[in-house]
Design a binder for this molecule. Structure first.
Ligand code: 26Q
Length: 814
C-alpha cells in the first residue's frame, strides 16, 4: 500500500458490475491457476477469499486515507497474541455479502458451508487475552476508530491437541499449510532489529548501541473489517528474516547447513507461539520475540508519525499505544531508546512523551505469572535498554523516597529491579511506570490490583489504575455463531442490537411471553442437536438433546477448577447409582480445553476427565441420566459450535483469581445460565442479569483470603463432606483407572494436604447449587425465562462498550 499524503480522490466505484460468480472463477483461474474441473475445496476457498478481499481493499485504502487526511489520533494495540479464529464468515457477515456469495458459489455447485469449514483457525493466541485482542480489533473497526494491531505472524500457532488414551498430546499447528489468502506481505515495511553487542559513547559522548546481531522484521498485513463494512483497519504482524539469507562462502566450501544457520536462527524468532500456563517460563527466545516485535512496531509507529506530522514531540497527540499485558512492556525502554538515541530528545522530554503515549492493561494477579527477566540475560540481549531502565529506575526510586522517605520495603516494591536473589527486571513495574493509564479487566480485578500486587505503585502514582471491564463482539459471538437466535431476536426487536448491543434489553419484555419462550427454547434445542451430532460423529458419544448441556470450556488450569466440576460429576454418578429411583435431571457434562505442555497437573486433570467419562458413559446403571464428554482440540471454531448449545455455563474459579473471564459473557449472551463464583466479570454479570437469573455459590475473594490467613485445613473440609470424601476415595483407589490404580494418588494427596485453590472448601456449596439447578431445569418455562433475561441483559458486555471506554478515558480519542 503506497501511503501518500492527503486525500487521493479516485473514482473507485466506476467499475462495471461483473457477476460475482465470474469473479470467483477468474480468481480461481488467474490467481490460483486452476480451472473448475481441477479445483479442490481449498482452491475454492482461496478463490472466494481473494474475491471477497478485493471488495475489502477499496474500503481499506479509503480508511487509511481518511485517517491521514483528518489527522485523527490512532490507536496501536500491541499484543503478542491475536486469537482470531476463522476470517471468512466474519468478513462476509460484516460486509453484508453472505447471501450474495452463497448464491454465487451455489451457481458454481460449491457449498459455502463446506469451504467455510475447511478454513483453518488463525490461532495466534493461548486463550482469553488473545481472544480479547481479536474482539477489540473487530470493535475498533466497527466503531470507525483508526487502529492498528501489532503482533507476530507465528508460523505455528496454538498447538493442536490430540487425546491419546485420555492423555493430551501436542501436535504442531499448521495454519499456513495452504497459504493465507487474507494477508499482504509489505516488503517495503521492513526494519532492522538488533540484539546483544555493546554500548559505546560516540564523539559527542552520547550513547551508541552497536548490536552484535541484527534481524529484519517484515510486515504482513491483514484487513480487519468492521460491522457494516464502514471501516477496514490493519492487523500488522511481523515476520523475521535474516539479513544474509545464505552465507555463500560457507555454502561454496561445502558447509550447506552452516550456510543456512543464520537464516534459521533469525526465522526461529517468529516460528512458534509460546504456550502459556500463566507462569512465566523465562526463556531467552521469548524475550527475543518480545523485543523483536516491540522494536519493529515502534519503529513503524514513529516512522508513520514523522511522515505525517513531522515532529516527534506531537506523538502523544496523534498516537495511543496500548500494551496487552507486560508481553510488550520492553516497548517502554525501546521508546526511550528511539526518542533519545535516534531522535535526539533529552531524557526528561522523552520520558514525558513515553508516559503520555502508553497505556498498560493487566490480565492477571497470579504472582507466578508476573513477568520478570534475569538481569544478566536482559543485559546480554539488550545492553542499551538495561542502561535506560536503570536511568528510569533512578527517577522512580527518587520519587518513591520522596513519598515515603523511611520505608525501604515501599521503595523495594516499586523498584523496576527485583533485588531479592538473582536480580530481575520486573516488566509489570516497567509498564506501570511508563504508562499514564494502568487498567484491570473487571471491577474486582482492578480493586485487587490496587490492594495487592500494585498497592505501592498505586500509592506513588494514584489515579493511574482504572477499570475497563472486558467485552466480546456480538457479531462473532451472537450473529455469526448463533444465526437461529439472531433471527429470533431480530423478529422480536429488530436488528439494531448488532451495532448497539445495549438495545438487547428490549428482549426483557418477551421473557415471560409463552410463545416467545417456546421459540427461544426451540432455538436452543436445535443448537443442541447440532452439538449432539458432533459428539456422536467425533467421539461416538450418544447424547440426548433434551438433557441439560453443562459446559466448561477454557484453558485447563488449577485455578479454573475443572477438578471441582469433575469431583461433582463423580459425586453425582455415585448418587444416581445409589438412588436410581430419584427424579434426576439428565445431564451431559462437556469439557474442552488445552493444558500447557509443561503443566503436569493440568494434563493429569485432562486424563481424569477422560477416565471418568469412559467409565460413566459405559455404565448402564446411569444410562442417559449422565454423560461426560471431553472434546479434543478446543479452539475458537469449536467454541462457536459449543457456546450456542449450552444450557449451563461453568465459571467456577477460586474467587480472586480469574481476572475477568470472557467465556462467561459468550455463554450468557447465548442464553445459558451461569453457575459461578463471585469472581472476575461474573460479579458484573450478576449485577446486570439479576440474582434470580444466575447461580452464585462459594467463598468470596475476601473469604478466600481470610480462610488462607487463618490456616486452611483441606483434610477437615473433606472429612466434613461425605460425598466429596467418597468421590476422592473412588478416584484415589483407582475406580476410574483400573489399568493404573495409583494414577491419581498424588492428586488426591495434594488435595488433602494443600488444596491451594480451595476445591474442598467450596465443594458442598457447589454441589448443593447443582442440585438446585436440576430442579429449576425441570421447569422449562422458568428456565427459559431466566435464559431470555440473560441474553437481554448482556448487551453491556459488548466489546464496543469496552472500546468506547478505552477510547474516551485512556486514548483521548472521543
Ligand atoms: C508469559 C510469559 C511467557 C510466555 C507466555 C506468557 C503468557 C502468555 C499468555 C502468560 C499469560 C497469557 C495469557 C493470559 C490470559 O489469557 N489471561 C486472561 O485474560 C483474559 C482477558 O482479559 C481474562 O478474561 C482472563 O481472566 C485471564 O485469565
Amino acid at each position: 500500500m503506497s501511503v501518500s499524503k492527503g486525500p487521493l480522490e479516485i473514482a473507485l466505484e466506476a467499475e462495471a458490475p461483473i457477476d460475482l460468480a465470474d469473479r470467483i472463477i477468474d480468481a480461481l483461474r488467474y490467481r490460483i491457476g486452476k480451472d473448475r474441473q481441477a479445483a479442490r475445496p481449498h482452491d475454492w476457498l482461496a478463490a472466494t477469499v481473494l474475491t471477497v478481499r478485493d471488495r475489502v481493499i477499496d474500503k481499506w485504502m479509503a480508511s487509511t486515507r481518511n485517517a491521514h487526511a483528518s489527522g485523527a489520533k490512532r490507536v496501536y494495540y500491541l499484543s503478542l497474541e491475536f486469537l482470531i479464529g476463522r476470517l471468512l464468515r466474519d468478513a462476509l457477515s460484516n460486509l453484508g455479502v453472505m447471501e450474495e456469495v452463497r448464491a454465487a458459489l451455489s451457481s458454481l455447485d460449491v457449498d459455502l458451508e463446506i469451504i467455510r469449514e475447511i478454513e483453518p483457525d488463525a490461532a495466534l493466541g493461548n486463550g482469553g487475552l488473545g481472544r480479547l485482542a481479536a474482539c477489540f480489533m473487530e470493535s475498533l473497526a466497527s466503531l470507525d476508530l483508526p487502529a492498528y494491531g501489532y503482533g507476530i505472524r507465528y508460523v505455528n500457532g496454538m498447538f493442536r491437541q490430540r487425546i491419546d488414551d485420555g492423555w493430551q498430546v501436542e501436535l504442531p499447528e499448521t495454519w499456513l499449510e495452504y497459504g493465507n489468502p487474507w494477508e499482504f506481505e509489505r516488503r517495503e515495511s521492513a526494519y532492522h532489529v538488533g540484539f546483544g553487542g555493546e554500548v559505546i559513547a560516540d564523539e559527542a559522548a552520547l550513547a551508541k548501541w552497536v548490536p552484535g546481531e541484527q534481524v529484519i522484521a517484515m510486515a504482513v498485513d491483514t484487513p480487519v473489517v468492521g460491522y457494516g463494512g464502514k471501516r477496514v483497519n490493519t492487523l500488522r504482524l511481523w515476520n523475521a528474516h535474516a539479513i544474509d539469507p545464505i552465507r555463500l562462502d560457507a555454502f561454496n566450501a561445502g558447509d550447506h547447513i552452516g550456510a543456512l544457520a543464520g537464516k534459521n536462527r533469525a526465522e526461529s524468532l517468529t516460528r512458534v507461539l509460546y504456550p502459556a500456563d500463566s507462569s512465566s517460563a523465562g526463556q531467552e527466545l521469548r524475550l527475543r520475540q518480545e523485543y523483536f516485535f516491540s522494536s519493529a512496531s515502534l519503529q513503524d509507529i514513529l516512522r508513520r508519525h514523522i511522515q505525517y506530522f513531522g515532529d516527534i514531540r506531537t506523538l502523544p497527540d496523534k498516537a495511543a499505544i496500548q500494551l496487552n499485558d507486560t508481553h510488550p512492556a520492553v516497548s517502554v525502554a525501546e521508546m526511550m531508546r528511539l526518542l533519545i538515541d535516534v531522535h535526539n530528545l533529552g531524557f526528561e522530554e522523552a520520558w514525558k512523551i513515553t508516559v503520555a503515549t502508553f497505556g498498560y492493561t493487566n490480565h492477571t494477579l497470579l504472582p507466578e505469572a508476573l513477568e520478570s527477566w534475569p538481569l544478566a540475560l536482559f543485559e546480554r540481549l539488550l545492553p542499551r535498554h538495561t542502561q535506560l531502565i536503570y536511568a528510569i529506575n533512578a527517577n522512580v526510586l527518587k520519587a518513591a523516597r520522596k513519598v515515603r522517605p523511611d520505608d525501604d520495603a515501599f521503595v523495594a516494591a516499586i523498584s523496576l529491579i527485583d533485588e531479592r536473589g538473582d536480580r530481575r527486571v520486573r516488566m509489570a513495574n516497567l509498564a506501570f511506570a511508563g504508562s499514564h493509564s494502568v487498567n484491570g479487566v473487571a471491577a474486582l480485578h482492578t480493586q485487587l490490583m490496587k490492594e495487592t500486587v500494585f498497592a505501592d505503585l498505586n500509592t506513588l502514582y494514584p489515579n493511574r489504575i482504572n477499570n475497563k471491564t472486558n467485552g466480546i463482539t456480538p457479531r462473532r459471538w451472537l450473529q455469526q455463531c448463533n444465526p437461529r437466535l439472531t433471527s429470533l431476536i431480530r423478529e422480536a426487536i429488530g436488528d439494531s442490537f448488532l451495532a448497539r448491543a445495549e438495545n438487547l434489553t428490549d428482549l426483557d419484555a418477551f421473557a415471560s411471553d409463552a410463545a416467545f419462550q417456546e421459540k427461544f427454547a426451540a432455538v436452543k434445542r436445535h443448537n443442541k442437536v447440532d452439538l449432539s451430532e458432533y459428539l456422536r460423529r467425533t467421539l461416538g458419544i450418544k447424547t440426548d438433546p433434551d438433557a441439560m448441556f453443562d459446559v466448561q470450556i477454557k484453558r485447563i488450569h488449577e485455578y479454573k477448577r475443572q477438578l471441582l466440576n469433575i469431583l461433582e460429576t463423580v459425586a453425582l454418578y455415585n448418587q444416581i447409582r445409589l438412588h436410581p429411583e430419584r427424579d434426576w435431571t439428565p445431564r451431559v457434562k462437556i469439557f474442552a480445553g488445552k493444558a500447557a505442555s509443561s503443566y503436569h497437573r493440568a494434563k493429569q486433570i485432562i486424563k481424569l476427565a477422560n477416565d471418568v467419562a469412559r467409565r460413566i458413559n459405559a455404565d448402564p446403571a446411569v444410562g442417559s441420566l449422565l454423560k461426560v464428554a471431553f472434546i479434543p482440540n478446543y479452539n475458537v471454531s469449536l467454541a462457536e459450535l459449543i457456546v450456542p448449545a449450552a444450557d449451563l455455563s461453568e465459571q467456577i474459579s477460586t474467587a480472586g483469581l480469574e481476572a475477568s473471564g470472557t467465556g462467561n459473557m459468550k455463554f450468557a449472551l447465548n442464553g445459558a445460565l451461569t453457575i459461578g463464583t463471585l469472581d472476575g466479570a461474573n460479579i458484573e454479570i450478576r449485577d446486570r442479569v439479576g440474582d434470580d437469573n444466575i447461580f452464585i455459590f462459594g467463598m468470596t475473594a475476601d473469604q478466600v483470603a481470610a480462610r488462607r490467613a487463618e490456616g486452611y485445613d483441606p483434610a477437615a473440609a473433606i472429612n466434613a463432606s461425605p460425598e466429596l470424601a467418597q468421590a476422592l476415595a473412588n478416584i484415589g483407589s483407582g475406580v476410574f483407572a483400573p489399568d493404573d490404580p495409583a494414577r491419581y494418588t498424588d492428586l488426591v494427596h495434594d488435595l488433602f494436604h494443600s488444596d491451594w485453590f480451595m476445591v474442598a472448601a467450596d465443594f458442598d456449596a457447589y454441589e448443593r447449587t447443582q442440585r438446585r439447578i436440576d430442579k429449576v431445569f425441570q421447569h422449562s418455562a422458568i428456565w427459559t425465562e431466566k435464559a431470555v433475561h440473560n441474553t437481554a441483559n448482556m448487551g453491556w458486555f459488548s466489546s464496543d462498550r469496552t472500546i468506547q471506554q478505552y477510547a474516551a478515558d485512556i486514548w483521548g480519542m472521543i
